[in-house]
Design a protein around this ligand. Structure first.
Ligand code: ATP
Ligand code: MG
Length: 753
């Protein structure tokens, strides 16, 4: 994504304002992780924000390790962070820093504060010190050591550094205000004694600076302009400012000292994000490591098949807010689907195989079909050979011995289309002694070769030829936690990993692509555990959001509309004469049908069947029905082989639009519900109150809105015509989606005079 496409946010506004009024002449941001674990998707949000702000304003972003907690930090984590930031597509150039390199300087800064009488060594034990701090409603009390002389403080602090005292014996505190309303300002600790080995400084130090002291000073040293952190640090901002304002630091290259700004951290549903808790999952062996594909770490997501572009798109989609909220995991999955749709070639893989023998297909014979790697709407060329032979595998789920009425797959005596190949019919079911189905005996119809026949069959299923299928291990992942906001007490989802023995079509392993789409199943990526003989695949994401059904609110709002597929060049298009004949026949039966719509229908028997049933119920709206079927229904039910609604339901919906009972927009939301749950269009319209507002009701709403915004109305009438957009928006909102934009605009303009 280019910088220009990034959405604006309040931090962009702040920076623009700062640049406009000359507070800074450049933009320098930083990403300041503590190397105590692998970076996760929350870090990714902050990385994307800091680096893209720098890019946008032609500045730079530093990578600084905030390594002041010796016990938990290590070089392994530093390396993981560097690798993952680079993988996400960002570059800190030569600006790699470590707070631990500043220890000497920080020590000098602390001494300077003591000399100014602004810091003192306190010797209260931790519990007493907490008690002295007071509460939100009560001021704190000064420690008996608060008035130690500068000399005594200097001496004690030096001896702290020299290792003379035990841990906890003393701390260095800022001398600010024990009755400050902001409790953080009640003499915060700046240094503590910690006799621990540091992964970079070894045993050089036995005192370590705390975050509130280290962070602002590191920002100052690096001439950071905008120090962006998460909301939990809002109250720490006063300390940040206090420290920088009370030390006589070298003049700032960029004119002014750094300032801190806060944004809401990312909270993702069904995801635990704290590094401490993630470490526990690794240490307890709940997952296989930091890069287990179920982990929300960047390395886990990479192994699961997420792309850098999808994570950046997600960061951009969720934006930057000032209020904490919970983002649904569905949004992240939406972003990866969007990314992979255009790049992952389609292949067939049977995940839960059952053997099929085509009895009337000669034993030694095989034939190959040319199957496209991408569907037409992706607009990419390429195909692979798919072999057909007497013995095949199909998905166990695609067969039912006693199917319910609306089962659109294979069952005894029923026909189904094998994608790209033939229509087959189930002749016999072979079971073992335990009553388990072990094999299906089918016949094929040689006249239906190539998947072209328009004969109405129950559905189309994927399959793989047994004679050259590749055995593949397929790791199916599901969310690690079922709880929406998991805590450490929550059980891990027992179905978070299921390992399947898949049968993969022969051409798949050698395709040059990082990701594959297993048709009807999902997007998959090679796992490094795989070998040439035995590939291993990880499920990146399913094709549909199977969870959205359960939590309705999670349907993601796309950041921007998908680009429309490019229409194929009319001259380059070769229409199969058989298709053309079938389309002509369809148009002869249904007056007014568009030629392209008819072709689409005959090529997709599933859609044709629905259309025919709908046209039967609403014979006067066939042209609209065809359009709805090939555009909206096709898109909304892309990966479904059985529909939750029938032709008459669609006919009802299209009639509601045609007689202007509901708007097209409302109709799309009704369709979404039909696709998901079935039912009747009229009932959904009533339940959702979608009936379009009549002019009288609309006029009343407009009057109400204008009465609520007298100032804007006056300004509009005085010539500020731009305000029409604002008022229109207010009316549309007040109408709750039931107003038609065009007539609202007309009525509103009229009402405004
Ligand atoms: P955790 O609690 O997961 O260990 P942290 O905040 O302690 O996270 P740091 O390594 O100290 O992790 O954070 C580095 C940067 O990443 C900080 O600027 C922090 O604000 C940011 N960050 C961490 N978690 C999130 C999140 N969930 N959303 C946005 N930014 C985050
Ligand atoms: Mg932390």
């Amino acid at each position: 994504m280019s910088d220009a496409e990034h959405r604006d946010n309040f931090i962009v506004d702040i920076i623009e304002r700062d640049l406009a009024r000359g507070r800074h002449d450049r933009v320098v941001t930083r990403f300041p992780p503590e190397p105590n674990g692998y970076p996760h998707i929350g870090h990714a949000k902050s990385i994307c924000l800091n680096f893209s702000l720098a890019q946008r304003f032609g500045g730079r972003c530093h990578l600084r390790f905030d390594d002041t907690n010796p016990e938990k930090e290590s070089m392994e984590y530093v390396e993981a962070m560097k690798r993952d930031i680079a993988w996400l597509g960002f570059d800190w150039g030569e600006h790699l820093y470590f707070a631990s390199d500043y220890y000497e300087w920080l020590y000098d800064c602390a001494v300077a504060l003591i000399e100014k009488g602004l810091a003192y060594v306190d010797s209260l034990d931790e519990a007493t010190m907490r008690e002295y701090r007071g509460t939100v409603t009560e001021p704190g009390r000064p420690s008996p050591h608060r008035d130690r002389s500068v000399e005594e403080n200097l001496d004690l602090f030096r001896r702290m550094r020299e290792g003379e005292f035990a841990e906890g014996a003393h701390v260095l505190r800022a001398k600010i205000d024990m009755s400050a309303a902001n409790m953080k300002m009640r003499d915060p600790a700046l240094y503590r004694i910690k006799k621990a080995h540091h992964y970079r400084r070894g045993d050089d130090w036995v005192i370590y600076p705390l975050y509130d002291f280290t962070h602002c000073l590191s920002d100052a040293k690096e001439q950071i302009t905008h120090s962006i952190c998460t909301l939990e640090f809002e109250n720490n901002r006063d300390i940040y400012d206090w420290v920088l304002e009370n030390l006589d630091l070298a003049p700032y290259e960029s004119g002014t000292r750094p300032h801190q700004f806060e944004f809401a951290r990312l909270n993702l549903s069904h995801t635990m994000m704290s590094k401490r808790k993630l470490l526990a999952l690794v240490e307890q062996g709940v997952v296989t490591g930091w890069d287990d594909p179920r982990m929300p770490t960047i390395s886990g997501m990479r192994r699961k098949g997420f792309t850098p572009a999808s994570i950046r798109a997600f960061a951009d989609m969720i934006g930057v807010a000032k209020n904490n909220s919970l983002v649904d995991l569905g949004k992240l999955e939406f972003c990866i689907r969007e990314d992979l749709n255009d790049v992952a070639p389609r292949v067939m893989c049977v995940l839960n195989p059952i053997k099929v023998v085509i009895e009337n297909y000669p034993e030694e014979q095989t034939e190959t079909f040319d199957a496209p790697l991408f569907p037409a709407d992706v607009g990419k060329p390429g195909s692979r050979d798919v072999t057909f032979s007497r013995e095949l595998y199909i998905e166990r789920d695609d067969f039912m011995k006693d199917p319910p009425k609306k089962y659109y797959r294979l069952s005894p005596g029923a026909e189904v289309r094998l994608r790209y190949a033939y229509i087959v019919k189930c002749e016999q079911v072979i079971e073992n002694d335990a009553g388990e189905i072990v094999e299906l005996r089918c016949s094929y119809d040689p006249d239906t070769k190539g998947g072209k026949s328009t004969r109405k069959v129950r559905g189309t299923i994927h399959w793989v030829s047994a004679h050259d299928a590749v055995d593949a291990e397929v790791r199916m992942y599901d969310r690690l936690f079922l709880a929406e906001q998991p805590s450490e007490q929550d059980e891990v989802n027992p179905a978070s990993l299921t390992v399947l023995e898949g049968k993969l079509e022969a051409a798949a392993p050698s395709l040059e692509a990082t990701h594959l789409q297993f048709e009807r199943q999902g997007y998959f990526v090679h796992d490094p555990d795989g070998t040439a003989d035995r590939p291993v695949f990880n499920l990146t994401v399913t094709l549909k959001d199977s969870w959205a059904k359960q939590t309705k609110a999670s349907a993601p709002e796309p950041a921007k509309a998908r680009p429309k597929p490019k229409p194929q060049e009319a001259t380059a298009r070769v229409v199969d004469p058989e298709d053309q004949a079938a389309a002509d026949a369809l148009r002869a039966r249904h007056a007014g049908l568009d030629g392209d719509d008819a072709l689409r229908l005959v090529r997709e028997p599933r859609l044709a069947a629905l259309f025919e049933a709908a046209a039967g119920a609403a014979p006067t709206h066939t042209a609209e029905l065809a359009k709805w079927t090939v555009n909206e229904v096709a898109a909304a039910t892309k990966e479904q082989s059985e529909l939750a609604f029938d032709g008459p339901a669609l006919a009802e919906l299209v009639s509601l639009v045609a007689d202007e009972t509901i708007s097209t927009r409302a109709a799309k939301s009704v369709l979404a519900e039909l696709v998901e749950k079935g039912g009747s269009a009229t009932a959904i319209v009533e339940a959702q109150g979608l009936d379009r507002m009549g002019d009288d009701a609309l006029a009343k709403t407009i009057d109400e809105v204008l009465a609520q915004h007298p100032v804007e109305v006056e300004r509009y009438r005085a010539g500020e015509k731009k305000l029409l957009g604002f008022l229109l928006g207010q009316v549309m909102r007040a109408a709750g989606g039931r107003a038609d934009a065009k007539s609202t605009r007309q009525l509103l303009t009229k009402a405004l005079g």
